[in-house]
Design a protein around this ligand. Structure first.
Ligand code: NAD
Ligand code: IPM
Ligand code: MN
Length: 373
């Protein structure tokens, strides 16, 4: 359904190694759901060979050992093909500790510059069908700055933001190629009226990269207007390419517009595939509902689907998306955040049933030699 920069199908019999990090709060609950769906795909297609290793890294690990992952955590992860991640965040820790101890290091050290966040309504009547391409390694998430004159009346905080020409060009180029493949338009979202350095560079590069793709309809919109248009005129957006902070905010807005944060999946990857891709729902650890068994697992399940797509099993990716749509069409399979009463496990079972149904009703699903994208 999407495109992960790699046009090669996996050679039959290839083995894929996946690191699983359930993390905190609802992370383990939704990752468990995603793993159940993944297990049912493996039962249907035994020739897909996956090895899964689970790592207990997160806020409890921090309480036990003083860090979110061991010192060699990143080099352990580097050897995998993909990382399947839940969420981190713990009400008893400062908000920046889990984020800078686990999630942002993975995105930045592996240079996973594409954060692909489809906002696809499962409701046929909705006009919301867009794909956010978020720059994932630069900008406002540089993590550099200073606290000046602490404890004095002059105390201030400085947070640096920097976009490089190459960093901007590569994510925009990816967005244009994605738009080309999906036969969609490409819209850039910035705030270059106020952000007179980073925003202006982004716009300049967008015009240049756009000229490399004259076949793709391109336009730019300021982020404030974009936020309104996502609500009032969602069909205005197909592929949206934007910076790190705006992409983060607009993806939660998009998720809210299609029903809730629990629905939205994401893929973080480098299109060259030399480092592991990272697959995680858009939502966080949701401490307000953690442990109750009511979290919506769909974002995590669809993130597992995108992981199949990234590994080259595009037909399985599409099939899981279709199964989710079919499952959610029945009111009794809807989780609490979508107005239903189904518990996490029941939603998951409904998706697996829909997957089994789709395989029983077609002959596909056991073909090893599928073309990739
Ligand atoms: P959140 O996404 O965790 O929750 C926001 C709201 O959405 C809450 O009301 C929550 O109950 C609801 N929600 C989220 N996921 C849901 C699901 N699967 N099913 C049903 N409802 C769901 O965002 P927040 O409250 O701003 O952050 C909580 C913690 O998570 C913070 O520590 C934050 O830093 C962290 N966080 C982590 C990630 C990540 O690891 N990828 C992402 C976002 C936030
Ligand atoms: C997300 C999250 C992260 C982000 C946080 C946890 C740093 O909110 O994946 O959207 O802002 O990228
Ligand atoms: Mn977010």
């Amino acid at each position: 359904m999407f495109w992960y920069g790699n046009d090669q199908s996996p050679t039959p019999g290839s083995k894929h190694r996946i690191a699983v990090i359930p993390g905190d709060g609802v992370g383990p609950e939704v990752v468990d759901a995603g793993l159940k769906v993944l297990a049912s795909v493996r039962r249907l297609d035994p020739q897909i060979k996956l090895t899964l290793d689970t790592y207990p890294w997160g806020s409890q690990y921090y309480r036990d050992y003083g860090e979110m992952m061991p010192p060699d955590g990143m080099s352990i992860l580097r050897s995998y093909d993909a990382i399947y991640f839940g969420a981190v965040g713990d009400p008893d820790l400062p908000l920046n500790i889990p984020v800078w101890g686990l999630i942002l290091p993975m995105r930045q050290a592996f240079d996973l510059f594409v954060n692909l966040r489809p906002i696809m309504s499962m409701d046929e009547t909705s006009r919301m069908r867009m794909v956010i391409v978020r720059e994932n390694t630069e900008g406002e998430y540089l993590g550099q700055g200073a606290r000046l004159y602490p404890g004095t009346a002059r105390e201030s905080a400085l947070q640096l933001s920097s976009y490089s020409r190459e960093g901007v060009a590569r994510v925009q180029r990816y967005a244009f190629k994605l738009a080309e493949r999906l036969n969609m338009s490409c819209t850039s979202v910035t705030k270059s009226n106020a952000l007179n350095y980073t925003g202006v560079l982004w716009d300049e590069v967008f015009r240049e990269v756009g000229q490399e793709h004259p076949d793709v309809e391109a336009s730019s919109i300021l982020v404030d207007a974009a936020a309104a248009a996502m609500v009032t005129l969602p069909e205005r957006f197909q592929v949206m390419v934007t910076g790190n902070l705006f992409g983060g905010i607009l993806s939660d807005l998009g998720a809210g517009l299609i029903g809730g944060l629990g629905l939205a999946p994401s893929a973080n990857f480098n299109p060259e595939h030399r480092v592991p891709g990272l697959f995680e729902p858009v939502h966080g650890s949701a401490p307000d509902i953690a442990g109750e068994g009511v979290a919506n697992p769909i974002g995590a399940i669809l993130s597992a689907a995108m992981m199949f797509g990234y590994l080259g099993y595009v037909e399985r990716e599409d099939r899981i998306f279709a199964a989710v749509k079919r499952a959610l069409a029945r009111p009794e399979s809807r989780p609490r955040d979508l107005g239903g009463t189904a518990r996490t496990e029941e939603v998951t079972e409904a998706v697996i049933d829909a997957l089994l149904w789709s395989v029983a009703n077609t002959n596909v699903g056991v073909d090893e030699s599928e073309p990739s994208h």
